[in-house]
Design a protein around this ligand. Structure first.
Ligand code: ADP
Ligand code: MG
Length: 696
């Protein structure tokens, strides 16, 4: 640690920054002068010119000047000061709800003002509420800003003007090279891609010349911004690629032995693999025979048949004498996998072990013992699999199902599992949340990617309708009719509160009401507060056709597979996100009969909710839905990377700036090939403090 006295990068070297301000700046993640340079404006104001009052339109933020013609205190519901300002081209009312006596005395008839504020339409013409203002003395020459004025994100105790003052000091230092920010993208590359170097880009972004288009700046489309965005995306891309290079240096077990297990499995399977499944299996097999760990993401829409693909990969590990584990994000899904794998693999003489956090101590100890011995061949569980104390004897492959529920950081932490003598296990990551290729190039640049782009034959798209709660009775009748026809039905109760208890209660109430209303229908209930065995019992009864109507909470959201279910009612559908709705709806339409999904909503719909429900009605295509979801929620939410600190960007926005990603990937190739020395410093500049995760 450099001493603040000698460190020329120290904040304390700046005028107006003492230890107190420096401490407050830490809250903005500003530790030194260089950090200040990367503290970028939120938006800009144009205080470089004065607009005639007669030219103002409502909604604009403008600078004006004029003389106060009238000044008056009004007593309505609230006391306020009104000043009528004119410049000869028109007049405008300045409205102050809070004002001091001194203010009142100064803002009197004849006073000249320079004002900045938002123009609004008032009862008697245009108004500005609480404009910023300064007095103009007679004969005084006005000094206007030479650049657009940046507005910075502030923090409590550091006022905008204070911050701007501090910022302008470091910006001048950058300008005259007192503060040196080395260019980390070689000039030749910048020139090829027509990008500005970092110094030019930063100077422009902090102090754009007055002729800069404010719209370009607001949209992040200005060349200076784009240059900086490219550098930031590049840093993230490089860091993910480097992670991948690091992992490829690790040793992994070569899984290339063959017995007839896979053959037997395929013969017993009641269907043929789709072409897409076969293609993905080929990709995986190729990876598993290499001596570096596979890191492959399999994207496949809900119902595309990812489980079988996982089973085949796991069998390959078993054939070579290694263990394979599959981890699911919910108890219910893990239990279903357990049942599935047991029925598929036990006939082949393979031991399938179950491990969940909810197991009783003795059962858990037994499971853990088996996992540490030759007995534990296939292990199915929740994230309990990777908790302390669980040690695999010879783990060859980890499958992570429905990765979107885990988030990037968990995926990275997982890599450290495995036994050092055996090598790092191969990793197969499966997700039903497809992400556009360009996004994947950065967010998942550490992974290889395969797509199951075909559904098993005979699937009929689910017909979706959106119906208000007020028609509940008609829906209940529809349910009765469907039961009559021998169909099976899910009724999903959702609540905005994530509380298990409230969800469970709502589902219980609904189940009771439905059972009462539909006396001939066999109703059962499943929710997150039930014991594992209870849940499993209900699910198997439903699967066996002994239950007609399953009332459930969102615990059934992922993975649950009962092909005979062909009608789903989702209550409060307006409260759910697109990805969740798509997952839920994916529980029906798995068999060969026509299925339907009823999205029930409460009250009146917001625009966003209306748009989500319309998307659900219009398409069954997971890629299309994911695209829309990204548009409505942004990639941070969709990819589960928002809160993790990973992929948190200063200026780039994965969604908005997708178009730049191919350029970034191209630059990354060039850097790796011709300028490898720039890679580390670039990552450090942009991700610096966040790179902890690489060593998780
Ligand atoms: P998901 O990709 O959503 O995890 P699943 O693996 O649960 O999908 O598979 C959905 C359903 O499709 C299951 O009932 C499964 O047995 C069935 N299935 C998988 N592959 C095929 C196939 N090639 N032909 C017919 N049915 C298949
Ligand atoms: Mg699945």
């Amino acid at each position: 640690m450099k001493s603040p006295i000698t460190d020329s990068n120290s904040l304390l070297k700046l005028k107006g920054v003492g230890p107190k301000v420096a401490e407050k700046l830490l809250r903005l993640d500003i530790h030194n002068q260089q950090d200040l340079l990367f503290h970028l404006p939120l938006r800009y104001q144009d205080r470089s010119r004065i607009h005639p009052i007669g030219s103002l339109r409502p909604g604009e933020e403008k600078q004006i000047q004029g003389e106060i013609q009238l000044s008056d205190i009004k007593y309505g519901r609230q006391r306020m000061l009104l000043c009528r300002l004119t410049d000869g081209t028109g007049f405008i009312t300045l409205r102050f709800f809070h004002f001091s006596n001194a203010q009142k005395d100064h803002l009197k008839r004849g006073t000249k003002l320079l004002c900045y504020g938002e123009v609004r339409r008032g009862k008697a013409g245009l108004e500005m509420a609480h404009p910023e203002y300064q007095f103009i003395k007679d004969n005084e020459e006005l000094v206007l800003d030479e650049n657009l004025s940046p507005i910075y994100p502030t923090t409590e105790g550091v006022h905008q003007l204070t911050l701007r003052n501090i910022m302008s000091q470091v910006i001048s230092k950058l300008k005259n090279d007192e503060l040196v920010l080395p260019g980390l993208i070689p000039d030749a590359l910048l020139k090829n891609h027509q990008r500005l170097n970092i110094k030019e880009a930063l100077l422009t972004i902090h102090h754009p010349p007055v002729n800069t288009q404010l719209e370009d700046l607001a949209d992040g489309k200005h060349l200076a911004q784009q240059s900086l965005i490219v550098e930031e995306l590049l840093a993230h891309h490089l860091s993910m690629r480097q992670l991948r290079v690091e992992m490829q240096k690790e040793k992994a077990p070569v899984l290339n032995k063959q017995t007839n297990l896979i053959e037997q499995f395929l013969i017993a399977l009641p269907f043929k693999l789709t072409g897409a499944q076969e293609k993905v299996v080929t990709d995986i097999n190729f990876d598993l025979e290499k001596s570096s760990p596979m890191q492959r993401l399999v994207q496949g829409d809900v119902g595309s048949g990812k489980t079988v693909v996982a089973a085949l990969a796991m069998l390959k590990a078993i054939e070579s004498g290694y263990q394979a584990a599959i981890m699911a994000p919910t108890e219910l899904l893990a239990e279903q996998h357990f049942q599935n794998f047991k029925s598929w693999l036990e006939p082949l003489g393979i031991n399938v072990i179950w491990l969940s956090g909810k197991l009783k101590t003795a059962a858990k100890r037994e499971a853990i013992e088996k996992i540490g011995s030759v007995e534990g061949q296939v292990v199915v569980g929740t994230h309990a699999l990777f908790q302390e104390g669980v040690e695999f004897l010879k783990l060859g492959l980890i499958v992570v199902d429905e990765q979107h529920r885990f988030g990037v950081h968990q995926r990275l932490a997982l890599r450290e599992k495995g036994n050092s003598e055996v090598g790092h296990p191969h990793q197969l990551i499966m997700t039903a949340t497809p992400i556009p290729r360009t996004l994947a190039m950065t967010a998942y640049a550490d992974l290889d990617c395969s797509v199951i782009d075909e559904l098993p034959p005979g699937r009929i798209p689910v017909e979706t309708v959106v119906i208000p709660e007020s028609k509940r009775e008609a829906i209940v009748q529809r349910v009765e009719q469907a039961c009559h026809e021998g169909r099976q039905i899910y009724w999903v109760c959702t609540l905005i509160e994530e509380s298990d208890l409230l969800q469970a209660q709502a589902a219980e109430d609904t189940a009771n009401l439905l059972a009462e209303a539909l006396s001939h229908v066999r109703v059962a209930l499943v929710h997150g507060r039930m014991k594992a065995e209870q849940k499993e019992k209900v699910m198997s009864a439903f699967k066996a056709g002994e239950v007609d109507l399953l009332v459930a909470t969102t615990v059934i959201e992922v993975g649950v597979d009962v092909p005979n279910a062909s009608l789903m009612i989702i209550e409060n559908a307006e409260r759910l996100g697109l990805a969740q709705l798509h997952q839920l709806r994916g529980r029906v339409g798995r068999g060969s009969q026509e299925s339907a999904c009823v999205l029930m909503y409460h009250g009146s719909l917001s625009d966003n909710a209306r748009s989500r429900l319309a998307t659900m009605r219009e398409t069954n295509d997971g890629f299309e839905i994911a695209r829309k979801d990204l548009e409505l929620r942004g990639p941070g939410e969709v990819l589960g990377i928002k809160q993790t600190g990973i992929m948190q960007m200063r200026i780039a926005d994965l969604q908005r700036d997708q178009d730049l990603i191919p350029e970034v990937a191209e630059m990354a190739n060039q850097l790796f090939q011709h300028y490898p020395d720039f890679v580390e410093p670039l990552i450090k500049r942009w991700i610096g403090r966040a790179t902890k995760y690489i060593t998780v």
